[in-house]
Design a protein around this ligand. Structure first.
Ligand SMILES: *[C@@H]1O[C@H](CO)[C@@H](O)[C@H](O)[C@H]1NC(C)=O
Ligand SMILES: *[C@@H]1O[C@H](CO)[C@@H](O)[C@H](O)[C@H]1NC(C)=O
Ligand SMILES: *[C@@H]1O[C@H](CO)[C@@H](O)[C@H](O)[C@H]1NC(C)=O
Ligand SMILES: *[C@@H]1O[C@H](CO)[C@@H](O)[C@H](O)[C@H]1NC(C)=O
Length: 745
């Protein structure tokens, strides 16, 4: 009610505005036309030539408009071709985008209201510099009659901006979490959230929220979507597998995309295909390869429970680089020019051990759209003063600071962000050690010291009693170019700790040899986590979901499933609670396996094996460098009884940190990507055949020509000559020999 009463005057204003715009446009266009006519008549041109004279300018405008649109959904439709055309298209889009921006910024003042769509989006990235559309519309040197209208227009625009500020607002927050890791590395997790209220209250206008994303959500009726680009593998043993950070940010290598649609089931596959094209245009990646029905699947319950409206696809071999990061940064209101994102200095983040960039969307009628963009990197800090202290307890952890990790300083926040914070998280292992040593958990304690005193210390409690980790919070709103923000950690004593692992370490490998058949094995090794969490009852069991997609050319025989627990073979029905298999179809469907297993708590290790036959592909279905092998996407293992969550009892809901939000995440882990060698034809064979045939032909024709060119008479004469010479020579030789023998004796 309250909202509606607020929004209606602004709508009225918009209507008025639109009317005035049209009027204004006609005035300007009229003046412009008169000008052309006047100049043309001065030069004595004909009517057609007059039209031509106005041509180039209009064409230029149209070009600018089209280029501007290239960055919105639908642009991806153009990238049906292979990877080459994709990258070419990408470069063009990127370039065109910046050009369009420039053009709009330059052209707008003179031709501002040529069309609403151009003029409503001056450039959403530069919101900091251009706070309201009112500033963007200084009209061209106007004829005196329209001056009044312009003034009214300006006034109305300012009023409209004011009204929309009162309505439910779009918000943006930026956060960064830093954490030392046990293997002398450091984790940095960037978190940006943009949200927009439901469309009804805000219309089609956006101040902060990326328009490309809201169009995408509207066009394809997406209710949830997650897209991740990852390079490197999350080290579950060292970097943990249980806390919300590793559970939700450890992703399989390459690209992973899943989406839930709010559509009738019959339309979902077609929409998914269009969506992959749009995303590949937006993010400069070959996501459009997920269009083919052999590469995506519709999991029922193994991945995430759904009503058949979820689609999942993965491209394990997609290389991730800056060309994917740039479009991702473009969705942020300040890009990487200000605020926390300015720390993303490419050479330092791509030097890391793990890099994962993710985009998560949630949308509903009541919520509006929430866009979470995260970027997780694991970096190797350079020790600040090269001091390597050895002692009986081990080696001192490297001390680092933000400036050393990223090679950049943080000079203030992105001006449009609601909050801008940096957190340093200290693991449970360290907290326990500090507690055991009897000292206090302040920022300057026995083991380490932080370079600045934090604004707040947040304690994370498990079960509201046992403390798990603690977080030091810094507000970076009050820092500026003159007073940049930097925070670091310096270790005083050597410390060895470990992160909480997931209940089982899961790995997947290939067995068998030859090009005909093989088997896939999944191995589970218990980390005895359940004892720490549930105590140690003997007759309990642990549930695990397995979700695995297998491409059609790996023909898995699902009946050959064998399960070994602690080395003893078990019947399948003892362990498998539920199983759902979608068999693959040649060149049509991938195979999908969803299983719910129940392992006894006392189990230390388990192995599952499945046999498969290797298929044959047509010659043009092989990817480049087929001899490397074929990648089978990672399997996902989730443990539904284990939830990782953060609980911060002393923090109020006003804390408003999306990064630390108290959400329950089921513990999940991904296995490695599996590389399967298939029979590959010898692609160099045609070349070999050509060189061989050419050599033989050359030899044949050479000798044939030689034979044909010779005359027989000459040949015989030659022959006789040689015979005579040979005879003379042998005579000479025998004489010499005799003389030699005579002289000897
Ligand atoms: C502006 O562009 C839109 C879409 O391109 C078009 O439908 C509309 O008629 C145009 N408006 C004017 C006033 O030219
Ligand atoms: C997908 O795109 C094609 C081509 O642009 C279009 O004809 C089709 O209607 C779209 N389908 C859906 C479900 O959006
Ligand atoms: C260590 O933890 C226990 C319980 O978890 C608590 O009672 C105790 O006060 C802590 N010690 C210090 C020094 O913080
Ligand atoms: C930032 O500055 C404002 C006003 O100058 C002040 O009220 C606020 O407490 C400061 N915040 C921090 C975290 O220092």
């Amino acid at each position: 009610m309250h909202r509606e009463s607020r929004s209606s005057p602004s709508e009225l204003q918009l209507l008025l505005l639109r009317f005035l715009l049209v009027q204004h446009r006609w005035a300007v266009v009229g003046g412009w036309r008169d000008e052309i006519r006047r100049r043309a008549s001065q030069r004595g041109l004909t009517a057609e030539q007059r039209l031509e004279a106005g041509g180039p300018r209009r064409r230029r405008l149209e070009a600018g408009d089209q280029r501007g649109r290239a960055a919105t959904p639908g642009a991806g439709q153009a990238h049906h071709g292979g990877a080459e055309s994709r990258t070419a298209g990408c470069r063009q889009t990127g370039k065109a985008h910046t050009e369009a921006t420039k053009q709009q910024e330059v052209k707008l003042p003179t031709d501002s209201p040529q069309n609403q769509s151009t003029w409503r989006h001056p450039r959403r990235g530069n919101n900091a510099a251009l706070p309201s559309p009112a500033l963007m519309a200084p009209p061209s040197p106007p004829p005196a009659t329209t001056l009044f209208k312009h003034l009214v227009l300006l006034f109305l625009l300012a009023a409209a901006a004011g009204a929309s500020a009162a309505a439910p607002e779009e918000e943006f927050t930026e956060e960064l979490l830093l954490r030392p890791l046990p293997d002398r590395k450091a984790l940095a997790h960037f978190y940006f959230r943009s949200s927009t209220p439901p469309a009804a209250s805000i219309g089609r206008h956006h101040h902060l929220f990326p328009k490309a994303i809201s169009q995408l959500v509207k066009k394809y009726h997406i209710s949830e979507l997650e897209l991740s680009f990852t390079q490197g593998r999350w080290n579950y043993e060292q970097w943990g597998g249980f806390d919300p950070m590793s559970t939700s940010n450890a992703k399989p290598p390459g690209v992973e995309l899943w989406a839930v649609f709010d559509l009738p089931l019959s339309e979902i596959d077609a929409t998914w295909k269009n969506l992959t094209h749009t995303l590949s245009g937006l993010f400069c990646a070959s996501i459009n390869f997920l269009e083919s029905s052999t590469s995506f699947s519709a999991p029922r319950w193994g991945f995430k429970s759904n009503e058949g409206n979820l689609r999942y696809g993965a491209l394990p071999r997609e290389a991730v680089c800056t060309e994917n990061l740039t479009p991702w940064l473009k969705l942020l209101p300040c890009r990487d020019k200000a605020g926390i994102a300015s720390l993303l200095y490419r050479p330092s983040i791509y030097k890391g051990y793990y890099y994962s960039q993710k985009l998560k969307l949630r949308s509903s009628q009541s919520l509006g759209i929430i866009l979470d963009q995260t970027l997780t990197v694991v970096l190797q800090p350079n020790t600040i003063n090269g001091k390597q202290l050895h002692s009986s307890h081990g080696q001192l952890q490297p001390s680092w600071s933000m400036r050393h990790l990223f090679n950049r300083k943080l000079s203030g926040k992105c001006l449009v962000s609601k909050s801008s914070r940096v957190f340093i998280e200290v693991d449970k292992g360290i907290v326990d050690k500090i507690n055991r040593s009897g000292s206090d958990l302040s920022w300057n304690n026995e083991f380490f010291v932080l370079s600045n005193g934090p604004d707040r210390l947040i304690k994370d409690l498990i079960n509201l009693e046992v403390q798990s980790s603690s977080i030091y919070e810094y507000d970076v709103s009050n820092y500026s170019e003159e007073k940049p923000f930097d925070v670091g950690i310096t270790w005083k004593l050597p410390l060895i700790w470990s992160c909480t692992p997931s209940p089982f370490h899961v790995s997947r490998f290939l067995m068998g040899s030859g090009n005909e058949r093989g088997s896939i094995a999944l191995s589970f090794i218990s980390t005895n986590l359940h004892k720490k969490i549930f105590g140690s009852p003997n007759d309990c069991s642990i549930k695990a979901f397995i979700f695995q997609i297998v491409p059609w050319y790996v023909k898995v025989y699902y009946h050959s499933l064998e399960i070994f627990i602690d080395g003893n073979r078990k019947t399948v029905s003892d362990v498998v609670d539920k199983i759902h298999v979608t068999p693959s179809e040649d060149k049509l469907l991938p195979g999908t396996l969803e299983m719910l297993l129940r392992f006894p708590c006392s189990m230390q290790s388990a192995t599952l094996t499945l046999d498969f036959d290797k298929g044959f592909l047509l010659i043009d279905e092989y990817p480049p460098d087929a001899n490397q092998g074929f990648d089978i996407p990672s399997a996902l293992i989730s443990f539904p009884e284990f939830n990782s969550a953060r609980n911060f009892p002393e923090t109020d809901p006003l804390l408003g940190s999306p990064l630390l939000e108290n959400f329950q995440v089921v513990v999940k882990s991904y296995t490695e990507v599996l590389l399967v060698p298939l029979t590959t034809p010898d692609f160099s064979m045609p070349y070999n055949v050509i060189t061989f045939t050419c050599t033989i032909l050359a030899l044949y024709f050479g000798s044939l020509l030689n034979a044909l060119r010779r005359r027989i008479g000459e040949e015989e004469r030659e022959l006789k000559k040689t015979v005579v010479i040979v005879k003379k020579r042998s005579l000479l030789a025998s004489i010499c020999y005799r003389k030699f023998v005579d002289e000897l004796f």
